[in-house]
Ligand binder design. Structure first.
Ligand SMILES: *Cc1c(COP(=O)(O)O)cnc(C)c1O
Length: 484
């Protein structure tokens, strides 16, 4: 097996890729047509003949990597995916080769331990009680937190809501979903929550939206009214979901006040912290999550702000019992579920998946390399840069920002222009100079920057603004010529 030689080839190719990215020698994005890429990479040939190793592997990788969008690039301001730390990629690689999974202990003792440890590490950051690691203390009815790593925030949100439903309707797994269930969401809730409502047979139409302020944050003073109205309709909300932070503009809901309301009304509080829960590691921004410890469940993606490759999302619960009992399986899987003597822990009953990747490796290797302070510093830098960029853009006479950022997400648009934001993004993407996204917020389309790369600086943002002005002028000129 040309194992070592091929690993060296891969490492060298990735090193070139990384250096070309951070030095901006190559465009941040370069989308070619699908058929061209398939042809250029000779996928058909290798699928038939094999032999992708050695020199061929090297040539192949260089081509392949050239088609990749470069998340480490300073002009990468696109979606909320991490620019991974190389150590996290190493962890992923190691686990991919051993293929130890974390569903059952005997199939991945090291993986399970890493995941168990990380869940406890995260529980502690939230302010929840860690699960005991000595089995003698793992008394089922004892009070402590629990969690599991799953493939993404969407799946974690779904799992959280399924568990909240089990808490409200204990016989739901036998009898099915009652027709009067509902979910309370802010209107800026992530679309995966509406998807979950569909999957769970609740139906997106049964969602009730709670009132939000002009930034899209939940208004705690209006919760009582929304809740009452929902009950009067005959609906039973399985949970109230709060954002930490919202995907569109990165605003945190006031968790502390929402939690008090939920506790008073015995309502399950789920915090969607897929993007912003990582601020718990920051001394400066951790306060944005004040009150999260009073919630019932929390989703926290590592593959967004913890420099971890996709996917690695934590579902955390204040009380492990809900998680251990909330996904009741009555079907036969006797090859998995049986009495056995084991020195560890099985995660299988905590997830919708059966075989479950070893996800702890993705996060642990970067945590182990940087330490929690290092990850906290990264958050501080990215959140701080968004604020600097806001201060700069918001002062310009020809631009406006809808909200002052609370995270590493910043939205803005050309003042008085509600038409060209999409065209501007298209041009930027075509040119490959900058990769940004857009978002609809309060009925207006905005340009949206997510600061993921550690290489992005304020100078890049100033340059981007210059580019946008140029594109706008050229768009105006094109429009004029069309009129003539
Ligand atoms: C990204 C995001 C999700 C979805 O997470 P995935 O890991 O992409 O599935 C859910 N909620 C919020 C608030 C997010 O930002």
């Amino acid at each position: 097996m040309p194992f070592e030689a091929d690993i060296t080839i891969v490492a060298q190719a990735l090193d070139r890729f990384y250096n070309d990215s951070i030095s901006a020698r190559k465009p941040v994005i370069d989308q070619k047509r699908l058929d061209q890429v398939v042809r250029d990479l000779d996928l058909e040939y290798y699928a038939k003949k094999g032999g992708l190793e050695g020199k061929k592997l090297q040539l192949f990788l260089d081509k392949y990597l050239a088609y990749n969008t470069r998340l480490h690039h300073p002009a990468y301001l696109g979606h909320q995916c991490a620019a991974p730390h190389y150590a996290a990629a190493l962890g992923t690689f190691v686990n991919a080769f051993t293929n130890n999974v974390s569903s059952i202990y005997e199939m991945g003792p090291a993986s399970v331990c890493m995941e168990y440890f990380l869940i406890n590490w995260m529980l502690e950051k939230v302010g929840w009680k860690k699960a005991p690691t000595t089995l003698a203390h793992r008394v089922k009815d004892q009070d402590f937190g629990g969690g599991v790593l799953v493939d993404g925030g969407s799946l974690a949100n779904l799992t959280a809501l399924v568990i909240a439903r089990s808490a409200l309707v204990p016989d739901v797994w036998e009898k099915g979903t009652p027709s009067n269930l509902s979910i309370l969401l802010p209107s800026k809730g992530h679309y995966s929550l509406a998807k979950a409502a569909g999957v769970m047979g609740i139906g997106a139409e049964a969602i009730r939206f709670v009132d939000v302020d002009e930034m899209g944050a939940i208004r705690p003073d209006r919760l009582q009214r929304c809740y009452k109205r929902t009950l009067q309709e005959g609906k039973r909300p399985i949970a109230l979901v709060a954002n930490a932070c919202s995907t569109a503009v990165g605003i945190y809901d006031p968790l502390d006040e929402i939690a008090d309301f939920c506790q008073e009304n015995a309502l399950w509080m789920h915090v969607d912290g897929a993007h912003g829960a990582s601020a718990l590691l920051s001394n400066t921004y951790g306060r944005l999550l004040k009150g999260v410890e009073k919630a019932d469940s929390l989703v926290w993606d590592a593959h967004k702000l913890l420099q971890t490759p996709s996917l690695c999302a934590a579902l955390l619960l204040r009380d492990h019992k809900h998680l251990d009992q909330g996904l009741q399986i009555s079907l036969d899987a006797s090859y998995l579920f049986h009495q056995k003597q084991q020195p560890g822990f099985d995660f299988i009953h905590r997830t919708l998946e059966t075989t479950k990747s070893g996800l702890g490796e993705k996060l642990f290797f970067v945590l182990g390399a940087l330490g929690e302070r290092g990850l906290g510093k990264y958050i501080d830098r990215q959140y701080g840069l968004a604020l600097q960029a806001y201060d700069y853009i918001n002062e310009l006479v020809d631009f406006e920002c809808p909200v002052r950022p609370q995270s590493n997400i910043l939205c803005f648009k050309i003042k008085g222009d509600s038409k060209t934001q999409m065209d501007i993004r298209q041009r930027l993407t075509d040119e490959g100079r900058y990769y940004i996204t857009t978002v609809l917020f309060n009925g207006e389309r905005y340009l949206r920057l997510v600061f993921m790369s550690e290489r992005t600086t304020l100078a890049h943002i100033k340059d981007l603004i210059g580019e946008i002005r140029k594109i706008r002028l050229s768009l105006l000129k094109d429009a004029k010529e069309q009129l003539l």
